[in-house]
Design a protein around this ligand. Structure first.
Ligand code: NAG
Ligand code: NAG
Ligand code: NAG
Ligand code: NAG
Length: 341
């Protein structure tokens, strides 16, 4: 009897301790969780208006009753209206985001995937999107490059990774104004290998319903980084929601001009956001468009030409080395001609 009671007491004590530990854990977790974070299903972002209505009104009448809040403050060093001169429709325009000092990367791209001589069926064009630099020697070399190749579009702010949203907006504004004949646009970083012919094949196969709002690439479903030392730190005060809308990695974004035009109208009515991929994703989410996750686009790992996935790769990140770029491209051409012979 005594033994039994002692055992009951012991079980009771263990139970109590366990319960306390659970309760404490729960309380600590609840308190450390930031109460300011709002669940994504309550997502809204300035301006809280019907963006689609704004786009419809502006496309139809050029007017809307809403005042813009995010007017683009920059312009271009040179307007470069002749980049897209063409009698016929341009199938694809590459807008290649590049840093002023990346001369060799740009040269490798000109010689490989952006070179028109490889694409006889389609008209393609490209422009490198750059901003300003304060480095005099880079500037000298840049003006020489600009005169030689006529493919440098320079925006009037000083280049910096965290200003990429300005680069994206500047590029979108430019192509709507000076390259409206292009049917498709790819915004891509200068450290990407692109299999342009595979991309064209994909684009030609799209139904017009998809073309209307084409927004494709590598889709991420991600949460904001809240640590002040993290690379993509995002304070609660700026973005209080517990996740981002699904976004396409800004390294490689494929769009139709039809959709670029809608984005261009929507941008001034959407509050600025530091990360260009999330900025576009916010607009796209508000427009009820679903980003397309393309399996041929590789962002987090590089696909070298020896990889078995290379022959289905549309674009691969981590090709900053110009020699790797050339090797991959010429290997690609070789397998293509082998396939076609
Ligand atoms: C769009 O146009 C309609 C008709 O003129 C107007 O009633 C409506 O307020 C406009 N909405 C926006 C957001 O501009
Ligand atoms: C300018 O750029 C060149 C080439 O990248 C570099 O060697 C040099 O250190 C830079 N100068 C300054 C002042 O940053
Ligand atoms: C998109 O596709 C890749 C595979 O290509 C996958 O790893 C990734 O999780 C997908 N993204 C989403 C949001 O499902
Ligand atoms: C790609 O290469 C693999 C072998 O590396 C081969 O099995 C596959 O059939 C190829 N796919 C295409 C589309 O050529």
């Amino acid at each position: 009897m005594k033994i039994l009671r002692r055992r009951c007491l012991k079980t009771g004590t263990i139970f109590l301790i366990t319960l306390t530990v659970f309760a404490m854990t729960f309380i600590i977790r609840e308190y450390s969780k930031d109460k300011r974070e709002i669940p994504f299903h309550m997502f809204h972002y300035p301006l809280d208006i019907n963006l689609r209505e704004v786009i419809i009104n502006i496309s139809k009448t050029g007017k809307t009753s809403v005042k813009p809040i995010n007017v683009y403050p920059y312009t271009y060093v040179k307007r470069k209206e002749n980049i897209c001169e063409s009698k016929e429709e341009i199938t694809l325009l590459f807008m290649i985001k590049s840093a002023p000092g990346n001369f060799d990367q740009r040269q490798a791209i000109r010689e490989t995937w952006a070179n028109r001589k490889y694409f006889k069926q389609d008209i393609i064009r490209h422009a490198f999107l750059l901003a300003l630099t304060t480095n005099a020697s880079i500037n000298d070399r840049l003006s020489l490059e600009e005169e030689t190749h006529n493919d440098i579009l320079q925006m009037t702010y000083v280049d910096n990774y965290y200003r990429n949203t300005y680069k994206t907006i500047g590029g979108i504004n430019w192509c709507v104004k000076y390259c409206p004949k292009a049917k498709f646009v790819m915004m891509v970083d200068d450290d990407f290998y692109v299999a342009t012919d595979f991309l064209l094949e994909y684009l030609h196969g799209l139904p017009s319903s998809t073309v209307r709002s084409l927004f494709a690439g590598y889709v991420f479903d991600d949460i904001p980084q809240r640590g002040p030392t993290q690379k993509w730190y995002m304070p609660y005060e700026v973005y209080p929601f517990d996740k981002y809308p699904p976004f396409i990695s800004a390294g490689a974004v494929i769009l139709s001009m039809e959709f670029v035009k809608k984005l261009q109208i929507a941008i001034p009515f959407t509050k600025h956001f530091k990360f260009d991929d999330v900025f576009l994703a916010i607009i796209v989410y508000k427009l009820d468009v679903k980003p397309i996750n393309l399996s041929g686009i590789h962002i987090i790992k590089r696909i070298p030409f020896e990889d078995e996935q290379f022959n289905t790769t549309i674009a691969s990140h981590f090709y900053a080395n110009p020699n790797d770029m050339r090797t991959a491209w010429f290997y690609h051409l070789k397998t293509l001609s082998f396939r076609n012979s």
